[in-house]
Write a protein that binds this ligand. Structure first.
Ligand code: ZN
Length: 325
C-alpha cells in the first residue's frame, strides 16, 4: 500500500479552532498523519560532502564508494524547508506544528525540545529522493516543570525513499510551557536588559579595560625592545621579555577588513552589526565595531578614528567611525 494513500485529508488542519483545552487539542491534532513533505533535492554527494566536512566526519563509508551514502544523522535534513520557509512542490500545505501555535495562543509560548530519537532502517544513497510524514502522537496532561506549567508534545516523523520504503524514523518531544514568572500573580516586571558578554580583566589585560574607562586606548609596549602588542598578553613575542609598559594610542587607523552581520539579530547589538579589523597607525591590529555608517559605504583602507564610549555601566569600548577614504 502506498504511504501517500494513507495520509489524512489535509483540510482537517484548516478548520477554525474552538476554545482550546488539552482534550480539544488532542481531538484535533493527535494521530493525524500529515504529509508528504518532499525533499527539494535528491540525496547528493555534494550535500553529503558538505555535511561531513562541517562535522569533521571522515568515515570512508560515506564518500569512499562510487555511490555516496548519506550519514544517517542527515535524516531530517533532506525534507527541510527552504530559506523562505517553503516546502518543495508536491508537499502538503498542512503543518504539523500548528498545534504548537495553539499553545502559544493560550499563553504557553515557552518552547523547548526535550528529546530527539532517531531510528535508521536503511541507508540513504546518492540519487534517492526522500519524502516524509509527520504525526503528533502525544499531548501530555499538564505538568509542573522547572520552567513552568506545560504539556509535552511528541511528534513522530517517518522518512521514505522514492520506492516508499521506510528509511528512518524520528521522535521529537517539545515542552510547551507558560514561563513560571508569567504564571504568578505578581505584576509583570520590566524585561531584564541583555548585556554584552563582559571581557576578562586579569593581570595582563586590566590596564586595557581600565584605560578605556578613563577614555584612553592603551597598548602594551615591551620595556626591552619597545615592540607594541595587542591584544594584551604576558610576554613580548619579539624578545620574550615579560616587562612592559603602556603607550596611549591616537585611535587613528585604517580598515584592514570588515564584516557586516545581518542575521540572526542577537541582543544587545544593533544591526547590521559591523565588525571591523583596524590597523592602528601605531602598528597593531584591533577588532572592534564600526558605528555611524552602512556596510555599503565602507571600503578596505578607509581612515577610521576610535570613539571611546561607555556602552554599558563599567564597560567602555573603542568603537570606530569612518572619517575619510
Ligand atoms: Zn620585546
Amino acid at each position: 500500500m502506498s504511504n501517500r494513500a494513507s495520509a489524512p485529508p489535509n483540510e482537517r488542519y484548516t478548520l477554525p479552532m474552538p476554545a482550546p483545552d488539552l482534550q480539544t487539542l488532542r481531538d484535533r491534532y493527535l494521530n493525524q498523519r500529515v504529509g508528504p513533505y518532499i525533499a527539494w533535492n535528491v540525496v547528493s554527494r555534494t550535500q553529503i560532502w558538505q555535511w561531513c566536512a562541517a562535522m569533521g566526519d571522515e568515515n570512508p563509508a560515506y564518500l569512499g564508494a562510487e555511490t555516496a551514502t548519506a550519514p544517517p544523522t542527515m535524516l531530517q535534513s533532506w525534507t527541510f524547508r527552504d530559506v523562505h520557509g517553503k516546502y518543495a512542490p508536491g508537499s502538503t500545505d498542512a503543518n504539523t506544528y500548528e498545534v504548537l501555535g495553539k499553545f502559544d495562543e493560550l499563553g504557553f509560548f515557552g518552547s523547548v525540545a526535550v528529546s530527539y530519537d532517531q531510528t535508521y532502517h536503511q541507508p540513504l544513497l546518492e540519487g534517492d529522493r526522500i519524502h516524509s510524514y509527520s504525526t503528533i502522537v502525544d499531548i501530555s496532561d499538564w505538568k509542573d516543570t522547572g520552567l513552568g506549567k506545560g504539556s509535552f508534545v511528541t511528534e513522530h516523523a517517518e522518512y521514505f525513499n522514492q520506492r516508499d520504503e521506510l528509511c528512518g524514523e524520528a521522535r521529537i518531544t517539545y515542552l510547551k510551557y507558560q514561563p513560571a514568572k508569567q504564571a504568578s500573580s505578581e505584576p509583570p516586571t520590566a524585561v531584564k536588559k541583555i548585556l554584552r558578554i563582559r571581557p576578562v580583566e586579569n593581570h595582563d589585560s586590566a590596564h586595557y579595560w581600565q584605560g578605556l574607562r578613563e577614555g584612553k586606548l592603551l597598548l602594551q609596549q615591551c620595556s626591552e625592545c619597545q615592540t607594541l602588542r595587542h591584544p594584551p598578553q604576558p610576554m613580548c613575542e619579539s624578545c620574550q621579555s615579560i616587562n612592559w609598559t603602556t603607550l596611549e594610542a591616537s585611535g587613528a587607523g585604517t580598515v584592514h577588513s570588515y564584516t557586516a552581520i545581518h542575521y540572526p539579530e542577537i541582543p544587545p547589538f544593533d544591526y547590521p552589526n559591523i565588525i571591523v579589523l583596524v590597523d592602528l597607525h601605531e602598528g597593531v591590529r584591533l577588532a572592534s565595531q564600526l558605528i555611524g555608517c552602512k556596510p555599503d559605504d565602507i571600503n578596505i583602507g578607509d581612515r577610521v578614528q576610535a570613539n571611546i564610549q561607555e556602552v554599558e555601566e563599567g564597560l567602555s569600548l573603542p568603537l570606530f567611525e569612518v572619517i575619510g577614504k
